[in-house]
Design a protein around this ligand. Structure first.
Ligand SMILES: C[S@@+](CC[C@H](N)C(=O)[O-])C[C@H]1O[C@@H](n2cnc3c(N)ncnc32)[C@H](O)[C@@H]1O
Length: 299
């Protein structure tokens, strides 16, 4: 039963996801750093910001020294994690696109993901399927349609879905998605907001609709063991996301994830936990949050 003290759940409202705004805001803020100090460069991120996110940019710019200091604290590692996760998926996407047998890209819970534009050259006309809840998907489509010059020339197919109640196989079947073709799938920042059956069903569907050699790049949350103030703050942080109507509801420990994915036909090829993720991609001494990790897996 819904807690009456919390705002309505994202899935029962007509509002686009707030967490998708946060990740876009994180990428927009990263553009304020000199190119050589960025974890990721997403020139499109500012275009998708809502008026309230845009209003945050100016004070964050003024307070930059303080923000950069705060970002070095282990408990503030979620912003660096979001950026490193994006970079990790970018690199796996680049590798998949270098393979001529990769025919298409599927982005689940796409939010304001701009890979269809940032990777336009490497895509060489291969289609991108962006899947998300209708309010987010429509808002993004309106922004893109309003700026045809900026977003020109890409083969993007918008697919509306609620992973919790709709069939991904059906939704993809209604689009031009090539069933059985080698596909690169990004599922970034979404699994933690779903139920176990919704994650399992989506993985099963991916196993059915994507061809052999397809790659899935995604992240998982897990409850960190341990006691003490840091563990308590982390647990509180995960619970606090419910305050914006997007509660964290699903997790798998890194030690169990290979078995979890194997059941659905995926073999893990690259699993990166927070320390290694920060070592690979982070700049400015920014650590990555420990309760989340990324992986790439192959069908
Ligand atoms: C944290 S955002 C991540 C957005 C994007 N992947 C990124 O990394 O910037 C989570 C995304 O998942 C989508 N989402 C959450 N629950 C969903 C569901 N049940 N069905 C489809 N999309 C969902 C939200 O609309 C949102 O765009």
């Amino acid at each position: 039963m819904r807690n009456p003290l919390l705002p309505p759940d994202l899935h029962t409202t007509e509002r686009p996801s707030s967490t998708a705004q946060w990740t876009a805001l994180g990428r927009a803020l990263e553009l304020e750093r000199p190119p050589g100090e960025r974890i990721v460069t997403d020139e499109y991120a500012p275009v998708f910001l809502s008026p309230s996110s845009r209003a945050l940019l100016a004070p964050l710019r003024v307070g930059r020294p303080l923000v950069q200091l705060a970002e070095r604290h282990p408990l503030a590692g979620i912003s660096a994690f979001g950026l490193c996760r994006h970079r990790f998926i970018d690199e796996h996407l680049s590798a998949a696109l270098a393979d001529p047998e990769t025919e298409q890209v599927l982005i689940l819970g796409a939010g304001y993901d701009s890979r269809a534009y940032r990777f336009a050259d490497e895509l060489e006309g291969r289609p991108v399927y962006e899947v998300d809840l209708p309010p987010l998907s429509r808002r993004k489509a309106e922004i893109v349609a309003a700026q045809p010059a900026r977003f020109a020339g890409n083969r993007i197919n918008r697919v509306e879905i609620d992973f919790r109640t709709d069939s991904l196989a059906e939704r993809l079947g209604e689009s031009r998605f090539a069933i059985g073709a080698r596909t690169f799938v990004a599922w970034e920042g979404v699994s933690m907001y779903l139920s176990h059956p919704a994650v399992a069903d989506t993985l099963d569907t991916l196993g059915e609709v994507c061809g052999p050699g397809s790659t899935l790049a995604m992240d998982f949350w897990h409850r960190l063991p341990g006691v003490g103030p840091r563990a308590a703050v982390r647990r509180l942080g995960a619970r606090a996301i419910a305050l914006i109507g997007e509660p964290v509801t699903f997790g798998v420990a890194p030690a169990d994830v290979a078995g979890f994915l194997d059941v659905h036909g995926f073999a893990v090829v690259d699993l990166v936990r927070s320390r290694e993720l920060a070592a690979r991609y982070s700049t400015g001494g920014r650590p990555c949050e420990e309760s989340v990790y990324v992986l790439a897996a192959r069908l």
